[in-house]
Design a protein around this ligand. Structure first.
Ligand code: PLP
Length: 370
């Protein structure tokens, strides 16, 4: 998290403590509204197409369950789909007689556009794709998928949880109608924050399940009406200090320039992968023609938890993903778990050396790490 993000949350919380919650919102409304303008700037959208939520998952679900689903509808997704999204497909299948179809991967492990197009029927209601998956460096060709969706007039939704703040995202170029993102990953915002983009032409067609007096308005005893902009996907109560933090984080990224940081991330990640591949006993699992800053690996003879602990001991933070995070992808590759070592533009070549030597030591060390 950049320091200005932390400071903006602290200042906001301090003002709430001194003045009160409602009073602080009133005084800080202009700053809070920069969440919408900065998000719109980042995504090349309009500010009234942006909603603030508490996570990427909430963003995704508010839009997904808002579709007017009918028995017989079909959803097309890809092997890289994130678990929470697929679980939502399965839940929907309990409510409606729908079909979930998974497009094959191409030789680069990206979604195969030809197969995706072959799966389209007159009942295809949604194409839902994860842009940068949770367990590998592959980057799906979201713009090409957008062209297919547009050709057949199908609603197209992109899970950009890991790509927002990571690489350039232009909703017009992608051609998506819905895009969801989190604050806590490459945007470097606070935890418990998310953003949602919905195309202005689709907003009024979607009827989100969680609604209140903010997303809608109680007109008389028998009637309510929903907002006409993306605020219909928000609800009234929220953590405003976190919203101020996310607004600041997005502005921070916008001011840095996403083209510049993306190029740096790709260079660092390529260098990192080369160095890892040179170590016998370390396997890098990333594929794809374009690869993200999410570097995934396994270490011979070590579990991911052991690798994580060994690196933590050296003040290096990594995470790991396991089968249930992305079952289609992991099962296809026969993987149970992978270490995720993500780089951002601010990482250095020296830090990469430190991770590689930490992993090499971990490989040759049979004693406890501490
Ligand atoms: C591809 C993808 N989508 C969605 C999510 C969920 O994000 P959040 O925790 O903000 O709901 C994750 C989290 O790792 C993810 O990797």
């Amino acid at each position: 998290m950049p320091e200005p993000v932390y400071i903006s949350m602290l200042n906001y919380a301090e003002e709430e403590w001194k003045k009160g919650g409602y009073e602080t919102v009133a005084v800080r409304s202009e700053e809070l509204n920069t969440f919408y303008t900065e998000s719109a700037r980042l995504l090349n959208a309009n500010s009234d197409e942006i909603a603030y939520t508490d996570s990427a998952t909430t963003s995704w679900q508010r839009a997904f369950f808002g579709i007017n689903w009918q028995d017989g509808d079909e959803i097309i997704t890809a092997n890289t789909e994130y678990a929470s999204n697929y679980i939502s497909f399965l839940r929907l299948r309990k409510w409606f007689d729908i079909k979930i179809l998974v497009a094959r991967d191409n030789e680069y492990d990206e979604v195969d556009l030809n197969h995706l197009e072959e799966l389209i029927t007159d009942r295809t209601r949604l194409i839902a794709i994860t842009h940068m998956p949770t367990m590998g460096g592959v980057v799906n060709p979201v713009e090409e998928v957008g062209k297919v969706a547009d050709k057949y007039g199908i609603i197209y939704m992109v899970d950009a949880c890991q790509s927002v703040g990571h690489c350039p995202l232009d909703v017009k170029k992608i051609g998506c109608h819905i895009l969801s993102g989190t604050g806590r990953k490459y945007l470097r915002g606070p935890r418990g924050t998310g953003l949602l983009y919905v195309d202005k032409n689709l907003i009024e067609e979607l009827d989100p399940i969680s609604i209140d007096l903010f997303s809608g308005q109680w007109m008389d005893l028998e009637n309510y009406r929903m907002r006409k902009n993306a605020i219909r996907f928000e609800t009234y109560e929220k953590n405003y200090a976190a919203k101020a933090g996310l607004a600041r984080a997005i502005k921070y990224q916008n001011d840095l320039g996403i083209e510049k940081t993306w190029q740096r991330v790709q260079e660092l990640a390529a260098d990192f992968r080369d160095k890892l591949r040179a170590v016998p006993g370390i396997t890098v699992h990333d594929s794809g023609r374009v690869q993200s800053g999410i570097v995934t690996l396994t270490v011979n003879g070590k579990t991911c938890a052991e690798v994580m602990e060994a690196l933590q001991y050296r003040n290096i933070n990594v995470a790991y993903a396991f089968t249930a995070n992305s079952r289609l992808y992991m099962e296809k590759r026969g993987l149970q778990e992978v270490v995720r070592a993500s780089v951002h533009y601010f990482n250095t070549e020296d830090e990469i050396e430190q991770v590689v030597s930490g992993l090499s030591e971990c490989l040759s060390n049979n004693t406890p790490y501490k």
